[in-house]
Design a protein around this ligand. Structure first.
Ligand code: KG4
Ligand code: ZN
Length: 388
């Protein structure tokens, strides 16, 4: 599969002013941007509408005012261009970001495989120097696949026994991982979106060159400082909870972790001005999330005998998560393949929806394909669409 163009019109700056997505503002911006985006997408791909075989659009779940702009525009194009139209579940799109290239990212049997080249409108992912490169065909992705979906709205472990077949074996009981990143970033005064901001500060913690105590040492020293005042020397022993690790199931919960950060800050508001303190909290919070994600994913992979473990969703752009889960798989499940999308396809993008549309199209018979010519008539955006 080759991506000819993948135009992303980001509204991050606009929503950052409000500290999060404002639905009506989002819809207004979508409306303003949709035609220019479609035009530049066709231009970058150097194709005309006649050359298109299928239109795929996100049907849900999500914010209805925003979804409607996409589904209505896609329906109008399907009618005018006389092209089949298919509705895609947002999470299915995230999962199929892993299948976009036939040169996929896989760590398998200690080999790190990454895309040689994905032809995108703007981005060509770079190779990293310390990796071994090798082309892997999509056929190499072996089922069952266990996909850790981590985004702003979802945190799920999805088991796929074959293409387009989904069983949610675990999910968050409250906040999604990305939502927790965003909320904690707001508490720490790091702005929106929180994920990249926290990841950056967490790295500064490491780059500062101070010795980070081992988890064992941190545990041992836990509670040595007063809850009302954390002296500088004690910053290294800051320890946040790892929720749900004691539970045997594969569910998550991040709201308590966020509240732990909130209480910590409430008691030590002045420390927010201390850059080192903020970096340390960002580091510890990110590590707490990663520890839980890794533990649950590996446990589920063992139980369901997953041959491939995948990452998907905006939080899968997190470099520490990508690296640490890869290491854990290598050590704990050396026979499993590890697959992750290039970061440009981790965060919301249109190519992933097109990829899912392609796989759905492949499964349809002649009659079902022909019916899609008329699907614009009943294309409905759905805020709570279920993955099926
Ligand atoms: O999938 P996505 O782009 O949109 C949704 O479907 O929600 O995910 C957005 C989420 C946001 O919560 C954002 O803070 C988080 O992904 N995110 C990250 C990183 N980049 C984006 N979280 C942690 N580390 C990152 N590098
Ligand atoms: Zn998303």
């Amino acid at each position: 599969m080759e991506v000819l163009s993948n135009v992303v019109s980001s509204q991050v700056k606009l929503h950052a002013e409000w500290g999060g997505v404002v639905p009506n503002l989002a819809a207004r911006e979508h409306l303003k941007n949709i035609i220019p985006v479609i035009e530049s997408c066709l231009r970058e791909a150097s194709i005309s509408p006649e050359e298109i075989d299928l239109i795929a659009a996100t049907q849900g779940p999500g914010l209805i005012p925003a979804l409607l702009i996409g589904t209505n525009s896609a329906a109008a194009l399907s009618y005018v261009w006389k092209k089949p139209l298919i509705g895609i579940h947002h999470i299915e799109g995230h999962i199929y970001a892993n299948f976009i290239s036939d040169k996929i990212c896989v760590i398998s049997n200690n080999q790190f495989l990454r895309p040689r080249r994905i032809r995108l409108g703007r981005t060509i992912p770079k190779q990293t120097s310390n990796s071994k490169f090798q082309n892997t065909k999509q056929a190499d992705i072996k089922f069952p696949v266990l996909c850790l979906v981590v985004s702003g709205g979802h945190t799920q472990l999805v088991l796929m026994k074959k293409h387009l077949d989904y069983e949610i074996v675990g999910q968050t009981l409250d906040d999604a991982a990305g939502e927790a990143f965003d909320k904690v970033a707001r508490i720490l005064g790091l702005g929106y979106p929180g994920g990249p901001a926290i990841a950056k500060r967490a790295t500064q913690n490491v780059e500062r060159g101070t010795k980070i105590t081992s988890r064992k040492t941190r545990n041992a020293k836990r509670g040595t400082w007063s809850e009302n005042h954390i002296p500088q020397y004690a910053l290294r022993v800051l320890r946040l909870p790892r929720p749900m690790l004691d539970k045997k199931n594969f569910d998550f919960s991040f709201s308590g972790l966020k509240t732990a950060v909130l209480y910590l800050i409430k008691k030590n508001e002045k420390l927010l001005q201390d850059e080192n303190f903020v970096n340390e909290v960002a580091h510890e919070f990110q590590q707490a999330v990663i520890d839980v994600l890794i533990a649950k994913t590996l446990a589920a992979a063992k139980k369901y005998d997953a041959k491939t473990i995948m990452l998907a969703g905006g939080v899968s752009a997190n470099q520490e998560l990508r690296h640490q889960i890869g290491e854990a798989i290598k050590n704990d499940l050396p026979l499993a393949a590890y697959c992750l999308p290039p970061t440009a396809f981790s965060i919301d993008n249109a190519a992933m929806i097109a990829a899912a549309g392609y796989f759905r199209w492949k499964e349809l018979n002649k009659k079902e394909r022909a019916n899609l010519i008329n699907s614009w008539k009943n294309m409905q955006a759905s805020a709570n669409l279920k993955l099926s």
